[in-house]
Write a protein that binds this ligand. Structure first.
Ligand code: ATP
Length: 300
């Protein structure tokens, strides 16, 4: 147990969250309807292929940009409705974000304690807010006694844990961490995961980790797969699940698409506990404007 005080973890709810980037060459749909609930004090991973929308989702949760449509709540705050200045006020005291690449979070020319102290300044102005001393936060991430050191003096694993301390500086109830283990060896990775677990258990902070590392997702207990801008699947304690979205859709696993391409017709049988999809026909090449359907088996 360290001297760092416990904070209230905050819950997160996304409801049909959509984000579209407007570029010179056209619009890019990065999120196409994310439905996601994270309980206060929960720890989870966001996994998924490159370009699936993970960073966009984390940027929205971190108050760095507003979604194009849909709702996103962090605690009682509806981020989709806040003004840019209100969003800025949440960054640090309510939501801490640790960017990918530990060094991007730390000023290299001042000590770790000074880094944390500087990050605490906006929150220190909030009446009644009690912030932990920098040394207590460093102890929480396994860097007790390292306050006088600078980021350049640290190993990659220590630097990543210093970046976590920086994200925690202002006492947020939600910590967002982008790829914390991607540049680390096994030992550094284990130490970072241990630090995240300590933050979560001792502080009560809700922790969301973006990662390409499936093992990290498995260790966090809950891994939400973002695929094509929405929640595609979820793993919990070693078991994989499909997820029903708010509009009633369920994504098929990508490996099934070769057998059941877009446009395949299914008959749906359901009971209170199960759904059976029976493929009856799939589209093939249109002839003379007519869609020809091939039989996939008995019509059931
Ligand atoms: N600033 C931007 N302007 C235009 N398009 C963007 C921008 N940022 C991301 N995109 C596009 O939005 C989609 C989702 O990108 P995003 O970075 O959120 O995915 P990701 O899952 O985090 O990918 P990675 O794992 O590679 O970081 C991609 O098609 C990407 O090209």
């Amino acid at each position: 147990m360290t001297d760092a005080s416990r904070t209230e973890g905050v819950p997160v709810t996304c409801h049909r969250l959509i984000h579209i980037y407007t570029t010179g060459t056209g619009d890019v749909v990065a999120l196409s309807g994310v439905d996601l609930s994270i309980s206060a004090g929960e720890m989870l991973a966001l996994v998924g292929p490159s370009g699936s929308g993970k960073s966009t989702l984390v940027s929205i949760l971190g108050g760095l940009m507003r979604p194009s449509a849909g709702r996103v709540y962090v605690g009682d705050h509806d981020l989709s409705r806040l003004s840019p200045s209100d969003l800025a006020a949440l960054r640090g005291p309510t939501v801490g974000t640790v960017l990918q690449g530990a060094e991007r979070n730390l000023l290299p020319y001042v000590s770790l304690s000074r880094n944390i102290w500087l990050a605490q300044r906006p929150a220190a102005r909030i009446a009644g807010r009690r912030l932990d001393p920098p040394e207590a936060i460093l102890e929480l991430v396994g860097l007790a006694g390292a306050g006088a050191r600078r980021s350049g003096d640290l190993t990659p694993g220590q630097r990543q844990r210093a970046a976590l301390a920086q994200g925690l500086a202002a006492g947020p109830g939600l910590l967002l961490v982008d790829e914390p283990t991607s540049q680390l060896d096994g030992t550094g990775r284990d130490e970072v995961l241990a630090a995240l677990a300590t933050i979560n258990s001792e502080r009560g902070t809700t922790v969301v980790v973006v990662t390409h590392d499936g093992d990290v997702g498995a260790q966090l207990g809950r891994a939400v797969t973002i695929r094509d801008g929405r929640v595609g699947a979820e793993g919990r304690n070693g078991r994989d699940f499909a997820v029903v979205a708010g509009d009633g859709t369920i994504q098929l696993p990508p490996e099934t698409l070769a057998s059941f391409p877009a446009g395949t017709l299914f008959e749906v049988d359901h009971t209170d506990e199960s759904i059976t999809l029976r493929a009856t026909a799939h589209p093939s090449t249109p002839r003379n404007g007519e869609v020809v359907r091939g039989e996939r088996g008995p019509a059931g």
